[in-house]
Design a protein. Structure first.
Length: 413
């Protein structure tokens, strides 16, 4: 396996099968539809225009690029919208390092030659994001190659394997043509995605949220800094935002819509499914600085006469966020809150044991109009993970989770 840098290849003389110097390498092309890491061709700058030289027609790289076909057979470059051009699309561009969970700038691209069967191939091994790539580009042609190689050996390599790189493309049409999906980014924790997004330019932030699945985008958006969150929402189409909002925790979604103009919020609501739209309208009626304004309507509750096996069955089908599963609330036939069972209590209980025998004391709750600072004080006083919210008739209407309180406290810092 032989390695080379993109910078070393760019500008290299290209010789045809007759040994004639026929042009210089202007670009190196990837065909993402076939293989996002494998070089499909080099673009050769000739006296008659740019030519497309398939990699299968390259026989070697010693002293330049050696082609196995005459230059007359090299096709003129037409279009090329579906190609990833390494100098244009990678050098000096920002990419996402999903292993290091950060945004980095590409200084060079490391390539390697390999053999598959009897066929020679050239693939991207990594992107250089350190000083070595920058120095190589800066001094190329300015100092003898031997001196440059000696210098580069003394500079530590700082590169990211290609399999840990996600590309950023702000043009929706090119994203489709280049098969850019940010699938690797989607595997990160939502908080890490949020940190990465916050480091991007506005167009790039929009591009990332356009490529993420609705559920991933929803979780990441909840973690984004509030002021930036509003800008991201305003940059996306209403139908796209409606899909994302429907996947968010109801309390976070209501907070987000409440920060938008009434007109913008209404456009998003109109794109939502009727049930979700009505839930949002109900939550938007509450003051943001109250328990009702901070609560979510996704929580676990069951009739007070139920047994442990009923609670376990409920857990298996619950589709709410993980923050809302730490406690199961017990209500009577009127919806009145009568008890709370910590999830940990179910672990040591038998399937037929009544849930009422597992309730924690005291039963702590708050009214819908309780101010958010008082809510935070209750969490601190009783070391709560969740706090049930009730109305005037003591009916359970929602819960405040610990992450809601943390978010409120962070906003006050």
């Amino acid at each position: 396996m032989t390695g080379m840098a993109l910078t070393e290849l760019l500008g290299a003389t290209v010789y045809d099968s007759n040994g004639a110097a026929s042009g210089r390498v202007r670009e190196v092309a990837i065909a993402p539809q076939d293989d996002l890491s494998r070089v499909a061709a080099v673009i050769v700058k000739t006296s008659s225009g740019d030519r497309y030289l398939p990699y299968s027609s390259i026989s070697g790289f010693n002293g330049g690029v050696k082609a196995s076909t005459p230059s007359a057979d090299w096709a003129m470059l037409v279009g090329g919208e579906g190609m990833l051009l390494l100098e244009r699309d990678l050098l000096d561009q920002q990419v996402i390092d999903v292993y290091g969970r950060k945004v980095v700038r590409v200084n060079d691209v490391d390539l390697y030659r390999d053999t598959v069967g009897e066929q020679q191939i050239l693939k991207i091994s990594s992107v250089d994001v350190g000083a070595r790539g920058a120095v190589r580009r800066l001094l190329k042609g300015a100092v003898p190659n031997s001196a440059l190689r000696s210098l580069l050996r003394r500079i530590p390599q700082r590169s990211i394997p290609w399999e840990f790189v996600d590309l950023i493309e702000s043009d929706p049409a090119r994203r489709v043509k280049l098969k850019i999906s940010n699938a690797r980014l989607a595997d990160l924790h939502p908080a890490d995605i949020a940190d990465i997004v916050e480091d991007l330019a506005p167009d790039d932030r929009e591009a990332v949220f356009e490529t993420l699945d609705h559920d991933v985008a929803a979780e990441a958006l909840e973690e984004v800094e509030p002021k930036l969150k509003k800008k991201i929402v305003e940059s996306l189409d209403s139908d796209r935002m409606a899909d994302i909002v429907e996947e968010m925790n109801p309390d976070a979604a209501a907070d987000l819509l409440g920060d938008l103009s009434e007109e913008h919020s209404e456009r998003i609501l109109q794109e939502m499914e009727p049930e979700g739209r009505q839930e949002m309208r109900d939550l938007l009626e509450f003051d943001e600085d109250t328990a009702a304004g901070r609560m979510t309507t996704e929580y676990l509750h069951v009739e007070f006469s139920a047994t442990v096996d009923r609670a376990v069955a409920l857990l298996r089908t619950f589709e709410g966020g993980t923050a809302a599963v730490s406690t199961i609330f017990l209500t009577d036939s009127h919806g009145t809150l009568v008890g709370a069972v910590p999830l940990a209590n179910l672990v040591v209980a038998s399937a037929t044991q009544p849930l009422l025998s597992l309730v924690s004391e005291p039963l702590v709750s708050c009214h819908m109009d309780t101010k958010e600072l008082e809510v935070a004080e209750l969490f601190d006083k009783y070391n709560l993970l969740m706090l049930p919210v009730v109305d005037e008739q003591k009916m359970l209407v929602g819960v405040v989770t610990a992450d809601d309180v943390i978010g409120f406290l962070r906003s006050k810092l």
